[in-house]
Design a protein around this ligand. Structure first.
Ligand SMILES: N[C@@H](CCC[C@H](N)C(=O)O)C(=O)O
Length: 300
């Protein structure tokens, strides 16, 4: 089985080309591929399949030639993956399966549109929908947050000033009310950059680094840091949809509904631009290796 390995700000994926849908992808196979000791190792799998070859793709976005069949590391499927969509497009372009600079991609959350922009890849997704408050529990402490839907579910929790973001123990899943999130939830913890809790202002905080959004924004309206515990994948170095959820909350805290937010994640920097009717996620998307994996040698 051919594979390519790629990442977007350290959120890494095993990419499996299956243009005509000949492959049977199972939860066990996905979990084996993502195993960091006994498999290739990744936060998730991106199957590259033509929409016409996937039984469900047409109902999500009938007009896109390619369907991003995204799976979490534990073998569950998710509606959307923002970094995955950017890496998926990088793969399509690198292998000549499509040409840019703009293209539609079908996902379980509907159509997204990608754009190559000065070496970065941006995806246009739905606008995050903020709903009521909810609570995440870490290390015996409750963190109040906001539920946000970005095609997939998120819970964004600002970290209070007496807690250091880096000190949170995310080796285990944060607790949350299962009745509120019956399908599980991705939990983001966020603090402003330069916050009193001790995180230093990074160099070039509001400069053009990573600010390659669709409007060419050189300065951003807010600058935050986040960590994330992903449903189905544990703590990851980055989460694109999570960054969009965090950006929406950061803008609301500033009394705004639209704007551009710089989001620092453990694996790098993303830029999120929220418009009236859409949300753009921009950042690097890199392919690092390609090879062949023996599925029968993977853990089951
Ligand atoms: N890392 C992704 C999100 C992947 C899906 C998520 N774990 C879920 O189950 O919803 C991103 O970049 O958005």
């Amino acid at each position: 089985m051919q594979f390519t390995k790629g990442h977007g700000t350290g959120n890494d994926f095993v990419i499996i080309p299956d243009p005509d849908g000949g492959l049977t992808l199972t939860p066990a196979l996905v979990a084996g591929l993502c195993d960091r000791r006994f498999g290739v190792g990744a936060d998730g799998v991106l199957r590259v399949i033509r929409s016409a070859a996937h039984p469900d793709a047409a109902r999500y976005a009938p007009d896109a030639e390619w369907f991003m069949d995204y799976w979490n590391a534990d073998g569950s499927v998710a509606e959307m993956c923002g970094n995955g969509a950017r890496v998926f497009v990088r793969y399509l372009l690198a292998t000549g399966l499509t040409d840019g600079p703009e293209l539609p991609v079908a996902t379980r959350a509907g159509l997204v549109r990608a754009r190559v922009d000065r070496g970065e890849i941006s995806v246009r997704m739905r606008r995050p929908r903020l709903s009521e408050g909810a609570v995440a529990r870490v290390g015996g402490r409750d963190f109040a947050g906001t539920a946000v839907e970005v095609g997939n579910p998120h819970l964004v929790c600002p970290v209070p000033p007496d807690v250091r973001l880096d000190d949170l123990d995310l080796t285990r899943a944060p607790g949350f009310a299962a009745a509120r999130f019956p399908a599980g939830v991705n939990v983001e913890f966020v603090e402003p950059v330069g916050s009193p809790s001790g995180s230093p202002e990074p160099v070039a905080a509001a400069g053009p680094v990573g600010a390659a959004g669709p409007v060419g924004a050189a300065a951003t309206d807010a600058h935050v840091r986040m960590r994330v515990y992903e449903r189905g994948s544990a703590e990851t170095l980055s989460c694109g949809t999570g960054a969009c959820a965090v950006a929406a909350v950061a803008l609301r805290e500033r009394g705004r509904e639209t704007g551009t937010v710089t989001v620092d994640v453990p694996g790098g920097r993303l830029t999120v631009t929220i418009e009236e009717a859409a949300c753009w996620l921009a950042g690097p998307a890199v392919l690092v290796a390609a090879g062949e994996v023996n599925p029968t040698a993977l853990p089951r």
